[in-house]
Design a protein around this ligand. Structure first.
Ligand SMILES: [Zn+2]
Length: 103
């Protein structure tokens, strides 16, 4: 299959593109409520929820924020989710080649 981000040919069952390090086919590959490391704003709680339920992360953040302001539920549940939700495991550091270290 092809990577949606860089267009390179990658392994058929790959979860992560070996070239650009982006997640591919993540929805099928993992159905665990975790806090992703990339793209998080505070602790990645909203992002994790959005990925888990296949929702728009902006929508989740908006609902969570509204819930916090209007009812206080979001304000209370965020730190709880932060503690309860495990951090996304570190995958192979494929995009290390991008960090060019020229003397
Ligand atoms: Zn790629």
């Amino acid at each position: 299959m092809y990577c949606n981000y860089c267009g390179k040919v990658i392994q058929e069952d790959a979860n992560l593109c070996a070239y650009c390090g982006k997640r591919v086919g993540a929805v099928i590959a993992r159905k665990r409520l975790v806090r992703p490391r990339a793209g998080r704003r505070i602790a990645g709680v909203c992002l994790g929820v959005a990925e888990y339920f296949d929702l728009d992360v902006t929508l989740v953040r908006l609902v969570w924020l509204l819930g916090s302001v209007l009812t206080g539920v979001g304000l209370l549940s965020y730190p709880i989710a932060w503690i309860v939700m495990p951090e996304e495991p570190l995958y192979l550091m494929a995009p290390a080649a991008q960090h060019v270290t020229t003397p």
